[in-house]
Ligand binder design. Structure first.
Ligand SMILES: [Fe+2]
Length: 412
């Protein structure tokens, strides 16, 4: 349970807020690289309650600027992307990827206005098929969190996201909460004789979860232990990487993934998932499965489609529930997560919740975020931004151990 003040501090991220400034210290995913063509249409991007424009110039470089033209605020997303710069259609001012005003055709010849105008532009970098940006105040961006996907070919990757109509904290809590999996997602998990098979082996073997949390310099590793009736133990060790990255365990050997929760504003959130195969290019069937083709929307920029809100009870299929063909009434696992998160309310009132021991992972996450915000307020560089973290070596672990301690082989 949090006080109303703590909850506000945790959830509010728009400009001028403590948590907003805290998140702005990090490199965050902003837009899929494929959306930006050389000299193609710029894209409007909303993050942390601010509007930006992203574009790819004639040389292939990505620019990330405040959305409004520095002249009189017309959206540069309406601009013409030509010859190494974005030209505002209102008066023709042209700005390059470094945020320099290079032409001011509306002013008389010899005017030095261009050299005096400052445009807010932000460091941008492409990794894993995504443009990442640093929106912080420091002159120098922190080291990039070089997860295991860095340097891997794009054919090995599937980046995608969902736009969810709720505050970012609810989605982050859902990601880190392993104990909901055996309830909400039970339709998709092996049971009975097959309980020890597949990527989520053993999760349906026991409904109750005991957590063990080990702090890490970047966040924590949370082991959600499930004890089966015959003494077998299922350990799912989820990695939480500050401020909003999560790696969920699986038994798959070469397929890896990281999720990242990025607020659009206080009431809307981008839920990013980056998946990659360390063995080589993803085959079409796996890529389709990762994209949930046929079950989710085809748009990789918003897989949550079709959506419905509270007025249609999030499109829950009561018929399927009645027939017994669906537990939660949804056609795909991610939709179950999005629907329950939205149903908690746009910003959850955490002063009214009743937490138990299976909620320890989210309690610890909140504490780490409060510590991170305190570091920010007191001018300390947190360890996660020190440059000393080997992000590429962080691995979630899924292991099944027999009562005598011997590892149990998982069926495919
Ligand atoms: Fe879930």
């Amino acid at each position: 349970m949090l006080s109303k003040e703590q909850n506000e501090l945790l959830c509010r991220i728009e400009p001028g807020t403590v948590m907003g400034d805290t998140l702005r210290q990090f490199w965050l995913p902003a837009i899929r690289s494929a959306n930006l063509e050389v000299d193609g249409a710029p894209e409007r991007v909303r993050m942390l309650g601010q509007n930006f424009v992203a574009f790819r110039d004639t040389t292939g470089r990505v620019g990330f600027l405040d959305e409004g033209c520095p002249h009189r605020g017309v959206s540069l997303a309406l601009g013409r992307n030509e010859e190494c710069g974005l030209r505002c259609i209102f008066h023709g001012w042209k700005i390059n990827v470094d945020g320099q005003v290079v032409e001011v055709p509306s002013e008389p010849a010899g005017s030095n206005l261009a050299s005096k105008v400052r445009v807010n532009h932000y460091p941008a970098r492409e990794e894993a098929g995504v443009v990442w940006v640093y929106l912080g105040k420091k002159e120098e961006a922190p080291p990039f969190p070089a997860f295991d996907f860095v340097g891997r070919p794009l054919e090995n990757m599937v980046p995608r996201k969902a736009i969810v109509n709720c505050n970012w904290v609810s989605l982050l809590e859902g990601l880190l909460d392993s104990s909901h999996v055996s309830s909400l997602h039970k339709d998709w998990l092996p049971t009975g004789q097959d309980v020890l098979s597949g990527p989520n082996a053993g999760v349906m073997g026991a409904l109750s979860v005991t957590y063990e949390i080990e702090e890490r310099p970047y966040g924590y590793q949370a082991n959600a232990r499930r004890k089966l009736a015959n003494g077998t133990e299922v350990n799912r060790k989820t990695e939480y990487i500050l401020p909003s990255f999560c790696m969920i365990p699986s038994t798959l050997k070469t397929l890896r993934g990281v999720s990242c929760i990025v607020p659009i504003d206080d009431e809307h959130t981008n839920f990013w998932t980056l998946s990659w195969d360390t063995a080589g290019p993803l085959d079409a069937a796996t890529a389709d499965r990762l994209r949930n083709v046929g079950k989710l929307g085809p748009d990789p920029d918003n897989i949550y489609f079709p959506r419905a809100g509270a007025d249609k009870v999030w499109n829950q299929d009561r018929e399927a529930m009645k027939k017994g063909t669906s537990y939660a009434g949804y056609p795909a696992l991610p939709i179950e997560d999005f629907a329950v998160s939205e149903s908690q309310g746009i910003i959850v009132d955490r002063s009214a919740e009743k937490l138990g021991t299976s909620d320890i992972a989210i309690i610890r996450m909140r504490r780490l975020l409060f510590d991170l915000a305190k570091d920010y307020q007191e001018g300390r560089t947190p360890e996660v931004l020190s440059g000393n973290i080997e992000f590429g070596k962080i691995r979630p672990v899924h292991e099944v151990v027999a009562a005598d301690g011997a590892p149990v082989e998982i069926k495919a």
